[in-house]
Ligand binder design. Structure first.
Ligand SMILES: [Mg+2]
Length: 177
């Protein structure tokens, strides 16, 4: 399914243990987060209803991830393959690998309470592959992703004013005055 290191964004499946994205081996395998964050991440039935909110570790930043992947790619002379279109297709392939993990399960509750630790770790790896390719795609397209996210979130707030859309799943076109 994913034996080739070429397929994975950063060799998380074995041969490159140096990358620290999943270096914490406690129970927080889904996110490799800190102990404090993992306490918050305990599966809750129906989750997201209380004050407790799952949070990521502050590091690595998106720029850290860009730099780690650039180093990984440089060390292997793989930039010759990592043009934007190839990176996009690779990312979509990784999205497919994430989808495989959810396929045929029916609805999955927040916190993935029915998943084994091995399944959670597999998901963590595939989501990481998606993120790593996304970050490298943005780099190769000269999109400053953190700043672009700020601009897009501002647009989303304009498009979906909280007082207008609260609790509704309607598309923004249905809110036009
Ligand atoms: Mg993968």
């Amino acid at each position: 399914m994913m034996a080739s290191s070429r397929k994975d964004a950063c060799g998380l499946n074995g041969e490159e243990p140096s990358l620290s994205l999943t270096s914490n081996n406690d129970k927080s395998l889904v996110n490799g987060a800190t102990t404090e964050a993992s306490a918050l991440s305990k599966p809750q039935n129906g989750g997201g209803t209380g004050a407790e909110r799952f949070a990521f570790s502050p590091e690595p930043t998106i720029e850290d991830i860009r730099r780690m992947q650039a180093q990984f790619t440089d060390e292997r002379d793989w930039n010759q393959f990592h043009q934007p279109r190839n990176l996009l297709l690779a990312m979509v392939g990784e999205v497919g690998e994430v989808s495989e993990l959810f396929q045929w399960r029916g609805e999955v509750a927040e916190g993935l309470p029915a998943w084994t630790e091995a399944e959670r770790e597999h998901l963590a790896q595939e989501l990481s592959d998606v993120l790593i390719y996304l970050v490298e795609l943005a780099e190769k397209c000269r999109v400053d992703l953190p700043q672009a996210v700020l601009r897009k979130m501002a647009l989303n707030r304009l498009k979906y004013p909280a007082n207008k859309v609260h609790g509704s799943a309607k598309k923004y076109t249905e809110y036009k005055d």
